[in-house]
Design a protein around this ligand. Structure first.
Ligand code: NAD
Ligand code: LMR
Length: 338
């Protein structure tokens, strides 16, 4: 009798010896990302001095006895890591330290995404889905996608789901409701402190009654002030407290992002994803990786259309657009990319 087992998904994780990956790898092999019936094979890319750490993590994964994990290899060769992969999670990069802004990371990390983008272009599957996590995530994603012209721009995304999850959690906590009762929250723009966490189209369920979030909150000063700055600066607050950047919550957000990209979003909700801005309905310039509200069906995301903006919101969008345009021109000049 033919086996009903799904064919194995080949997943590459870069920066596999780092702190995000330590949480992430278990989640993938436990089926939280691609489903409880989806076997995976992992290619784990690291720099040579960290390869032994990855080998140790593989020993731990074996000891967890996770039946979805068919095989895992540790490698420092991107050509081995990206060969015919279905999914690439680009986590490998140097994280921000206390007091550093993301712009300072550009020079440090841009070269990694240039090299990896070019190799993905050559040897990954053409339908590969790529998620960039390493900061500055939007511009690194733009670099990788630019260096991979044979792969559709729609197949490249960057992680703003952590910001989205933070915004949902802040709203839920303020109203004293579960996070599953907060919907249609949006993160616009850069994964940085210029991002615009937007409650204006949010919907909540308070005690069984559905309401617009702003009406339920009834506190515009909070929605336009503390809420926005708390979400914008959450990454820095975690670095200040932990002396390390977020890892467990980042791994959870990576899982949420990829699961929704594979399995789709619910009809009554949307998610935030950093995606190519080409053809967007909101007048954001083409050629950026920008966080938008998206709905996903059959593995393909689409912009959520028809949202309107106050002057306040338009002003916030302009700030994050400006920052991304500047990051793009610095990065492309530095890399000699046209
Ligand atoms: P980490 O330092 O613990 O791990 C990063 C790993 O990447 C290191 O082990 C390093 O050796 C490896 N690496 C560096 N260059 C590499 C290369 N060329 N090829 C393969 N691996 C390479 O950092 P972390 O805490 O796991 O964070 C990883 C990245 O994710 C950082 O850039 C961090 O700022 C970013 N981050 C993004 C978000 C987001 O929401 N977008 C959230 C949290 C962290
Ligand atoms: C985060 O948002 O937690 C990460 O991007 C880490 C950082 O540098 O803020």
């Amino acid at each position: 009798m033919a086996s009903l087992e799904k064919s194995t998904l080949k997943v590459c994780i870069t920066g596999a010896g780092g702190q995000i990956s330590y949480s992430l790898l278990y989640m993938i092999c436990d089926g939280k990302m691609f489903g409880k019936d989806q076997p995976v094979t992992l290619t784990l890319l690291e720099i040579p001095v960290v390869l032994d750490v990855v080998k140790g993590v593989i020993l731990e994964l074996e000891d967890c006895g996770l039946h979805l994990l068919k095989s895992a290899i540790a490698t420092a060769d991107p050509r081995e890591a990206f060969d015919k992969v279905d999914v690439v999670l680009m986590v490998g990069a140097f994280p921000r330290k206390e007091g550093m802004e993301r712009a300072e990371l550009l020079q440090r990390n841009a070269g990694i995404f240039k090299d990896h983008g070019a190799i993905i272009n050559d040897i990954a599957k053409k339908e590969v889905k790529v998620l960039v996590v390493g900061n500055p995530a939007n511009t690194n994603c733009l670099i990788a996608s630019t260096l991979a012209p044979s792969i559709a721009k729609k197949n490249f995304s960057c992680l703003t789901r952590l910001d989205h999850n933070r915004a949902v959690a802040q709203t839920a906590a303020k109203l004293g409701i579960p996070t599953c009762d907060v919907k249609k929250i949006t993160i616009w723009g850069n994964h940085s402190n210029t991002q615009f966490p937007d409650l204006a189209h949010g919907e909540v369920n308070v005690g069984g009654v559905k309401k617009p979030a702003l009406i339920a909150l009834s506190d515009d000063a909070w929605a336009n002030g503390e809420f926005i700055t708390t979400v914008q600066t959450r990454g820095a607050a975690i670095i200040k407290a932990r002396k390390l950047s977020s890892a467990m919550s980042a791994a959870q957000a990576i899982c949420d992002h990829m699961r929704d990209w594979y399995f789709g979003t619910m009809d009554d909700n949307w998610v935030s994803m950093g995606v190519c801005s080409d053809g967007n309905p909101y007048g954001i310039p083409d050629g950026l990786i920008f966080s938008f509200p998206v709905r996903i069906k059959n593995g393909t995301w689409e912009f959520v259309p028809g949202l309107t903006f106050s002057d306040f919101a338009r002003g916030k969008l302009d700030v994050t657009v400006k920052e991304l345009m500047e990051e793009k021109s610095v990065a492309f000049e530095f890399l000699g990319v046209k």
